[in-house]
Design a protein around this ligand. Structure first.
Ligand code: F6P
Length: 360
């Protein structure tokens, strides 16, 4: 057994679930137990379990057969302890409760699996005196300082498969088919699935769109004898007018919309082109089911590295992939940041090369 700075640690998954979470949990736990003899405490439902004191000691059999399973065996929630203003017994805050449970459970460290919010909370807890190691999970791929997050490849693959299926019916009916994909405020998922699925138009938040530009592109296709078109829209896509709005006005504008963005784009395109448009919002199918091989392997790689970071006492960091190599990056540098698609991203350029319209 190798020497380890950590004897016992807690592990939790927080934020939206993503394919590969269980593979990552298994990677951390197997390495931590088998190589370093650590004890693993599974915390239920993200930070909520840490506040409410819901945890259990995990055993080797808990990690059997979970590599291929979607979701998370630990459960998750969108609990944000630093924004939870509940006053618990004896005037304690959510953060007080977390610190108390961490101490009472005899934890030397906490491993958190999540996206922006989760890792930002991780950084804040590190500043409160906890030892934190983060792992980059999200289908949105919007965490800074890592080439990629686990969950992304599976979501791209599911969205691409959906686009392929919709392609065939678009062809049969001569329609504009609009497919809305997730991604929050970043366009990675729409961009990669859109290019892989041969989208004629891809709309991402980073490139504000003009309906006239899209209409012109679709009409050009029609004049060339192509009677149908595939439009892939990121849920956070913005029109040129919206891109100029301040945060508050934009939020108000979006809340006033009855349906998601794809429906607005469909209405605007029907009006501008006279062509029939139909909408498919992919939603949660993008996060569900069996992770693809790439996510399983990546999550395992990240998980094993997290266990080594625990053993070295290398805290306050998130595991990341940089230029294909696994490493640790300071949580401080990740907190509150979003990785957006750069306008000169190679995938955007490749899309343009093959004739995709980005709405600009
Ligand atoms: O961050 C992952 C994500 O799936 C986003 O793509 C999406 O906007 C959001 O979560 C949906 O969140 P919820 O699960 O809270 O509905």
């Amino acid at each position: 057994m190798e020497q380890s700075k950590v004897k016992r640690f807690g592990i939790l998954t927080s934020g939206g679930d993503a394919p590969g979470l269980n593979a990552a949990i298994r990677g951390v736990a197997r390495t931590a137990m088998d190589e370093f003899g650590m004890e693993v405490i599974g915390i239920e439902n993200g930070y909520r379990g840490l506040i409410e004191g819901k945890c259990r000691k995990l055993e080797p059999e808990d990690f059997s057969g979970i590599l291929t399973r979607g979701g998370t065996i630990l459960g998750t929630s969108r609990e944000k302890p630093f924004k939870n203003y509940t006053i618990y017994e004896n005037g304690k805050t959510a953060v007080d409760k977390i610190k108390e449970n961490y101490k009472n459970w005899g934890l030397d460290a906490l491993v958190i699996l999540g996206g922006n919010g989760t890792n930002t909370t991780g950084w804040l807890l590190q500043q409160e005196g906890l030892n934190v190691v983060g792992l980059p999970k999200t289908i949105d791929n919007d965490l800074v300082m890592t080439d990629v997050t686990f969950g992304f490849h599976t979501a791209v693959s599911i969205a691409t498969d959906a686009i392929d299926r919709i392609h065939t019916t678009a062809h049969s009916h001569n329609r504009i088919m609009i497919i809305e994909v997730m991604g929050h405020k970043a366009g990675w998922l729409a961009l990669h699935a859109g290019v892989a699925g041969g989208g004629d138009v891809i709309l991402i938040p980073e490139i504000p769109y003009k309906i006239e530009s899209i209409a012109k592109h679709l009409e050009k296709r029609r004049d060339a004898g192509k009677e149908f078109s595939i439009v892939v829209v990121a849920e956070g896509a913005l029109s040129e007018e919206e891109a100029l709005m301040d945060k508050k006005t934009l939020k108000k504008n979006r809340l006033a919309m009855k349906h998601s963005i794809a429906y607005r784009v469909a209405e605007e395109l029907e009006a501008a082109t006279g062509l029939e448009a139909r909408v498919t919002v992919l939603g949660y199918v993008q996060r569900g089911g069996i992770p693809v091989a790439q996510d399983r392997a990546l999550a395992t790689l990240f998980g094993t590295e997290a266990a080594h970071m625990l053993a070295r006492g290398d805290f306050g960091k998130m595991v990341a992939l940089q230029n294909g190599k696994v490493c640790g990056v300071p949580l401080e540098d990740i907190a509150k940041k979003i990785k957006k698609v750069p306008l000169d991203d190679q995938m955007v350029l490749a899309g343009r090369e093959v004739g995709t319209c980005f709405g600009d």
